[in-house]
Design a protein around this ligand. Structure first.
Ligand SMILES: Nc1ncnc2c1ncn2[C@@H]1O[C@H](COP(=O)(O)OP(=O)(O)O)[C@@H](O)[C@H]1O
Ligand SMILES: [Mg+2]
Length: 490
């Protein structure tokens, strides 16, 4: 059987550990108590035997009558009536035997005799069979004590006592332990069950609620109690996770909706124009005009699809960015010249300047990057600057360094971005001008900045925008400088 719940495991382990400990403890207690009782028993027997030895050695020894009279009465408190006493000579003649015994006397085996003769007191336990003829059954414990007279063995003093009360005591103790130990373990298991249930109830509640939070009910949250315990922290952590999942779901939905919308607009225009052109016979100029417009819309669709693909590749990690040395000033110059042609149509000038390079004027700043991607990023930023500037204005591109980074600032005096829009310009499909006109100077998809940000960050850099509505915008890109080999970073 496999234990599947933590609760069951804990109870199982608890019962096993507790049961083993209690059993070991009880066993040790029983063993020590039994040994101590047996030792006490033997000590009493031995003391009684010694008392008789003292008498046997005394002068009055021969006065058997007196001795036997004494033996039949308690000699000492612990030599009670349940003592069986016998004194035999070495030759085997019984000299005294207490009257509470039947005809058969206490047995003396040769082994015991041998041991006793070498100055040992010998303890024996006599079983029921041996004691049958003696006292009619029951276990006896017996000590055989040798008496020497000038190193000559003369007598053996034997004292025996029934172990019934001792055996009864031990039996009662065993019974007590055999009943109380399992009962205690059972009680502990029940207690453990109760405690584990109490401890795991909140977890069960969390499981039930978490199960009910599905893609459809992502707004549900777990209860977080007032106390700051582990369960509350778990609930809070899970709630935070649900928040993130909900947000991810929302973004995904939004992305799909926005992407469809972005594609639908040019497709609708395309379809409309084509249908109009086909409705009646047209002059060839009309057809050329329609085709030109169609090409423009298809370009726009292609651009959106390209950008969507880039985003998809970036997010799935399929787009690998090279990190080769790129000369930044040349790259920027390239981007400026590519945008200038388009800007000059609206009499917008773009200036480029490399300022206060810390490592000497002639040293070119190199960065590690993917030249194509970096070029597209800066063209994108310049394109924005041109797009959102008025005619006859100027745009400045400044390259500086600081903190081991190359810094590129692209500033314009264009329409700027309002405070409300500023935090969102890096969101996909976000465009501040709500008209979202697909035609005209300010056409766009709202994907340029998010892609730029993604690329710049993938190269270890950062991008930020400062802007004031009506006054202009400055986009700052920071990229880590690639140090020439052998140069320390100091
Ligand atoms: N230089 C700028 N001046 C004013 N607004 C800007 C500038 N650059 C970006 N924006 C705003 O940020 C939005 C997002 O930019 P972007 O992601 O490049 O999308 P797009 O250029 O396709 O509109 C733009 O729609 C515009 O509202
Ligand atoms: Mg753009």
């Amino acid at each position: 059987m496999k234990i599947r719940t933590i609760r069951a495991k804990i109870i199982f382990l608890f019962v096993v550990i507790f049961g083993l400990t209690l059993s070991l403890f009880s066993g040790a207690l029983y063993y020590l108590y039994a040994r101590q009782s047996a030792q006490n028993f033997d000590l009493n027997l031995s003391n009684d035997a010694l008392a008789i030895v003292g008498m046997v050695k005394g002068d009055s020894f021969l006065e058997q009558e007196i001795i036997s009279g004494l033996i039949q009465q308690p000699l000492r408190p612990n030599l009670g009536t349940n003592r069986y006493v016998q004194v035999v000579s070495i030759t085997g003649n019984v000299i005294i035997r207490s009257s509470n015994m039947k005809e058969a006397g206490l047995p003396i085996t040769t082994d015991v005799l041998t041991l006793a003769l070498s100055h040992h007191q010998v303890f024996e336990t006599l079983d029921k069979r041996t004691t049958k003829a003696l006292i009619g059954g029951g276990r006896l414990r017996m000590v055989t004590y040798p008496v020497f007279d000038d190193l000559v063995p003369r007598y053996l003093v034997q004292v025996a006592a029934s172990t019934t009360s001792l055996d009864d005591n031990m039996f009662e103790l065993r019974l007590l332990l055999f009943i109380s130990v399992p009962l205690t373990i059972l009680a502990a298991a029940l207690g453990g069950l109760f405690l584990a249930k109490k401890a795991f109830d909140p977890i069960d509640r969390i499981i039930r609620t978490a199960q009910s939070i599905s893609a459809e009910h992502l707004d549900k949250r777990l209860d977080t109690g007032k106390v700051d315990d582990e369960v509350t922290r778990l609930s809070r952590t899970l709630n935070d996770m649900f928040d993130r999942i909900e947000e991810a779901f929302r973004l995904q939905k939004q992305f799909t909706a926005d992407a469809s919308h972005e594609l639908k607009t040019p497709l609708t225009i395309l379809l409309g124009e084509m249908e109009v052109a086909l409705a009646n016979p047209r002059t060839s100029e009309d057809y050329v005009g329609t085709l030109k417009s169609a090409v423009e819309e298809i370009r726009r669709i292609t651009k959106i699809v390209d950008e969507l693909l880039t985003i998809a590749r970036l997010e799935s990690g399929q787009l690998r960015l090279q990190k080769l040395p790129v000369r930044l000033d040349e790259l920027l110059l390239d981007a400026v010249s590519k945008t200038s042609a388009y800007a000059s149509k609206r009499s917008i000038s773009i200036s480029f300047e490399v300022r206060n390079q810390s490592n000497g004027d002639d040293e070119e700043i190199m960065i590690a990057g993917d030249e194509d991607k970096l070029l597209s990023v800066f063209i994108n930023l310049l394109d924005n600057a041109v797009k959102y500037s008025d005619d006859n204005s100027s745009i400045r591109v400044v390259q500086t360094t600081g903190n081991n980074s190359a810094i590129v600032e692209i500033s314009d005096n264009g329409v700027g971005i309002t405070k409300e829009d500023l935090p969102h310009v890096f969101d996909r499909f976000y465009r501040a001008d709500k008209s979202r006109s697909s035609a005209g100077n300010r056409s766009g998809t709202g994907l340029g900045l998010p892609i730029s940000k993604y690329l710049i960050e993938a190269l270890g850099g950062s991008i930020s925008i400062k802007s004031e509505a009506g006054a202009g915008t400055t986009v700052t890109v920071k990229l880590p400088i690639m140090l020439p080999a052998g140069t320390s970073s100091l």
